[in-house]
Ligand binder design. Structure first.
Ligand code: GLY
Ligand code: MN
Length: 477
């Protein structure tokens, strides 16, 4: 009935629209297509196909690469964590459901009367399960939407006559064996891994090369990936700006988190790329603090380290802000050292430089300044206040894979030095409980580095000015 109504509506519209109305007509046709009610800027099937082709080029002759989806993780009793696909699987397929296996062959092979260089086995449509958990693509959906020529349901993997001994290299990623066996499902991840192991028991299985190939591919971004990263980072910067306006003593760390995550979702991000780190006062000195249960106090610094995930790609932007809107003299001194270190690090983000150059530049600044302030006596002692690296790759994972070789155009890395002086540190107590991290997401280009997160203010003057602005999100004032 609904279908007939749509056809009738289209017929009436087509008749009554003249050629100059074509844009409105297209708009209407778009509205009738239910798919346009969902996110419409996911990576296209062609992107994932090209990435499989790029991997195939790296693979040695007579090889197969085998990928599994991420397991479903149980939270407690009959509640699972929100599902998140394995980023390698997503990169190569666009598939976002569990219980699937992907096989990429270097050459075309003949298998059960078809000839192909790739196969995917996915979870089947299931009316009962879909009533509870939502729509599945099924094998036909994978053919139609993800444009695989050959897609089968996962339980069929056990039955295919594929002899892994025919390959000179069976390339796999490490399998952690930390998932459950759904005994009622002979196509679940547990069964797929078991059948793969049976079929490849005597084959030459290589667990190292594939990790390297994926790191090589993913460390340099395609233009479509950079676009998605830009969106994720823009959303994150906007949220940090809104937090600066709203922050005030008496709020809780989780309320600061709520403001950020409201803006992430409001602006279309599907999740956080990692648990939001909102550490104030003593918690500003805890690197990956994310319990976020403390009340923030007048005089505290808040380290806000967050990333919106947009169509799979995550930002990672840290800002440190004074809860009362003004940095104290000691906080100012430490903040400006971190900023100086970060600027030195960003300057070193040049194609051809070593991956660790930004870190070494930032570290030198921090060591020199902490010794000048008598917070540390030696460069080695200074490192206790800056106990982490400055950079990591950014992409589908917040700590994206890469080979840590020379920096190359179209890589995106973070530059995030910090100084953390917890209570009890061997220095003047006036420095205690000051924790500062400043983190930006940097695109390596053929010329100057591009700071993708520059729209979130970094200087003391800019932050203090912004914090004076009114906010709808004040919870105390
Ligand atoms: N944003 C957390 C980290 O980079 O470790
Ligand atoms: Mn980071």
């Amino acid at each position: 009935m609904k279908f007939l109504f749509s056809v009738l509506l289209i017929a009436i519209c087509v008749n009554s629209f003249s050629q100059k109305d074509e844009p409105q007509l297209n708009q209407l046709l778009k509205l009738i297509n239910k798919d346009t009610l969902y996110d419409d800027d996911l990576l296209p099937a062609s992107f994932h196909r090209e990435r499989r082709e790029a991997l195939r080029k790296l693979m040695p002759d007579k090889s197969v690469a085998v990928f599994f989806t991420n397991p479903v993780r149980n939270r407690s009793n009959d509640v699972d964590f929100e599902y998140h696909q394995d980023p390698n699987f997503y990169y190569l397929t666009g598939y976002r459901e569990p219980n699937a296996i992907l096989l990429i062959f270097k050459e075309n092979i003949e298998i059960d009367s078809i000839e192909t260089n790739e196969l995917i086995f996915v979870q089947p449509r299931n009316a009962k399960r879909e009533t509870w958990d939502g729509k599945r693509l099924g094998a036909d959906g994978v053919k139609e939407k993800l444009e695989f020529k050959y897609a089968y349901i996962n339980s069929a993997f056990a039955d295919i006559t594929l002899d892994f001994n025919q390959f000179e290299h069976v390339l796999i990623l490490p399998i952690e064996d930390d998932f459950r066996d759904d005994k009622n499902d002979r196509g679940d991840l547990y069964s797929l891994v078991k059948h793969f192991r049976n079929k490849s028991a005597n084959a030459k299985v290589d667990k190292r090369k594939l990790t390297e190939y994926m790191a090589l591919l993913r460390q340099t971004k395609q233009p479509e990936e950079i676009e998605l990263l830009r969106k994720a980072i823009q959303i994150t910067c906007k949220a940090q700006v809104e937090l600066m306006k709203a922050l005030e003593p008496g709020m809780t760390e989780y309320q600061t988190e709520a403001i950020l995550e409201y803006f992430f979702k409001r602006d279309g991000a599907e999740h956080c790329g990692f648990p939001s780190i909102q550490g104030a006062g003593e918690n500003s000195c805890v690197l990956h603090y994310n319990t976020n249960r403390r009340k923030v106090q007048d005089g505290d610094l808040l380290v806000s380290d967050v990333g919106a995930e947009y169509r799979g790609y995550t930002a990672d932007v840290t800002r440190t802000m004074p809860v009362n809107g003004k940095f104290s003299p000691e906080q100012k001194i430490i903040y400006n050292i971190v900023l100086e270190a970060q600027n030195a690090g960003i300057k070193a983000c040049k194609a051809g430089n070593k991956f660790w150059d930004p870190h070494n530049e930032a570290l030198k600044v921090i060591q020199k300044r902490l010794i000048e302030l008598k917070i540390a006596k030696t460069p080695f002692e200074a490192m206790q206040y800056f106990p982490h690296g400055t950079s990591h790759y950014l992409g589908l994972d917040v700590h994206d894979p890469g080979l840590y070789g020379p920096l190359m155009p179209n890589q995106v890395i973070t530059v995030e030095p910090g100084i953390y002086i917890p209570e009890g540190s061997p220095c003047d107590p006036k420095w205690w409980n000051i924790g500062v991290r400043i983190e930006d997401d940097i695109l390596i280009t053929t010329g100057e580095p591009e700071n993708l997160s520059s729209s979130a203010p970094r200087t003391i003057e800019e932050i203090e000015k912004l914090m004076k602005e009114p906010s709808l999100f004040n919870v105390i004032k």
